[in-house]
Design a protein around this ligand. Structure first.
Ligand code: UN1
Length: 456
């Protein structure tokens, strides 16, 4: 059997785990077991599923320290953020446990005045979840918790770089969930394809290219699919904003966890003379501690592997050769691991890849705009449309711009990164395909509605 390895980004010779590259035959067998488990999981009362999810939350909370350390080691997330992610995971499990008990149907006036015309929800059966390494706890849980709460069983394929965390999650939940209800299948693209081919609905988070392939495959089978993909997120700074607070928030949103979030800020659009704000932002970026993710002070750790780090270095080199100015970016830590200094650039020429592509790392551009309208035009000129931030003290400007930005989420005076699990999450254009996730939107995705006419 072929195996794959995950390496610690801050100590690449540290192999965290070796796992199977699950074959399509093994995926089919797991799907069969999940389908068998789905019958009794769905038939039982919602109370039982809610209780099981609360038990998962207890198990996760009890393992916070151990799992935080594993997240730090396997995906290089700074320990403060890693611990917060475990807390978020616990809250997600509890929230969806309660959501299982919410009213879930509607009653309509019947044509004959006596029938009971109503809707009910049913689970799909087995759902396939394909998840990235950057939120190795929160993203699998914000998909799996609603899927399970509403009576589905789950096949989860984590990104290979976060295999150990996913396996540990499944172990922690094994005492709370019946066999076959949640199965982790490690592997690469072929494992993911087999999951799309054998499940009844698919939810994906990852790159645009992989997401579009998943969407096409799922549509070909006629199953529900949702894909959360990349971002090239803008923060617009208006002249009336609190520039000090904006610089601090944007620096963290751009560089926190080395920019490895689809919600990271990668373009800062300054209305008016950009120079004074660029200087403030560079100072705020320089104040962020770079280094060992196990150090509680660290905000910027290493990149997940060498490839994205090399791609960023190459892109920055091309940009500066083409006339871009490096505002900051020379803090390469002198240590082992896939580190890249947080890099802020100005005057990146139009047509340069850094203006249009998602590099998924600690690199951010400052772009000028003549007016608020011009800033919206620049913000909207990319293929992505996940989230945007607007920094202003004007309520009018905030309302106007939030209606004009072609994105799924707008944050006014708040960082582009950071997600509320009880509100709809998703983007426009190439950032998302299919319905929103999280919040009550999750219930709509993980169930189908049956209209029942009950005539006495
Ligand atoms: C966050 O900003 O807290 O993969 C979450 C990602 C997003 C999640 C962001 N889907 O980065």
């Amino acid at each position: 059997m072929t195996t794959i390895e995950s390496h610690s980004p801050q100590a690449p010779s540290d192999i965290v785990v070796r796992v199977p590259d699950t074959s399509p035959e093994d995926v089919a067998a797991a799907a069969g077991a999940a389908r068998a488990a789905a019958a009794s999981w769905a038939r039982g009362p919602a109370h039982a599923r809610a209780a099981a999810l609360h038990a998962c939350a207890e198990a996760l909370a009890a393992a916070t320290g151990e799992l935080t350390d594993l997240v730090v080691r396997e995906v290089g997330k700074p320990v403060a953020e890693a611990g917060a992610e475990i807390g978020r995971g616990v809250a997600i499990l509890r929230y969806f446990a309660q959501q299982a008990l919410l009213p879930d149907g509607e009653v309509y006036p019947p044509a004959d005045a006596v029938s009971l015309l109503h809707t009910r929800r049913r689970p799909h059966g087995v759902v396939g979840l394909i998840t990235p390494w950057n939120f190795p706890v929160a993203i699998p849980l914000w998909k799996a918790a609603p899927a399970l709460a509403f009576g589905n069983t789950v096949l989860l394929k984590p990104a290979p770089q976060s295999s150990a965390v996913a396996i540990r999650l499944a172990e922690l939940f094994a005492g709370a969930l019946p066999p076959g209800v949640l199965t982790v299948l490690t592997g690469l693209g072929r494992t993911g394809e087999a999951i799309v081919d054998t499940t009844d609905a698919v939810s994906f988070t990852g790159s645009v290219a992989a997401g579009q392939a998943v969407a096409r495959r799922a549509v070909g089978r006629g199953i529900p699919v949702q894909c959360e993909m990349g971002g090239q997120n803008a923060a617009i700074v208006l002249p009336d904003a609190d520039h000090e607070a904006a610089a601090t928030a944007i620096a963290a949103a751009a560089m926190g966890y080395a920019g490895q979030k689809c919600t990271a800020t990668s373009r800062v659009i300054v209305v008016g003379d950009p120079a004074p704000f660029a200087e403030r932002l560079a100072a705020a970026v320089d104040a962020l501690p770079v280094g060992d993710p196990a150090d509680p002070a660290t905000v910027v750790g290493p990149l997940i592997e060498s490839r994205p780090r090399d791609a960023i270095r190459e892109a920055v080199r091309r940009a500066t050769e083409g006339g871009a100015r490096l505002l900051t970016g020379a803090r390469q830590p002198d240590r082992d691991g896939w580190f890249q200094s947080p890099t802020l650039l100005a005057d990146v020429p139009p047509g340069n890849d850094l203006r249009s592509e998602e590099y998924f790392g600690p690199v951010c551009l400052v772009l000028p705009a003549e007016s608020a309208d011009d800033a919206v035009r620049v913000a909207n000129e990319v293929r992505h449309g996940l989230v945007a931030a607007v920094y202003t003290r004007s309520l009018g400007a905030a309302l106007t711009l939030s209606g004009q930005l072609d994105v799924g989420m707008v944050k006014v005076n708040a960082p582009t990164s950071g997600v509320d699990f009880h509100a709809p999450f998703g983007g426009e254009k190439e950032s998302s395909y299919g319905p929103r996730e999280q919040g009550t939107a999750a219930r709509d995705f993980y169930t189908r509605t049956v209209t029942v006419t009950l005539t006495p």
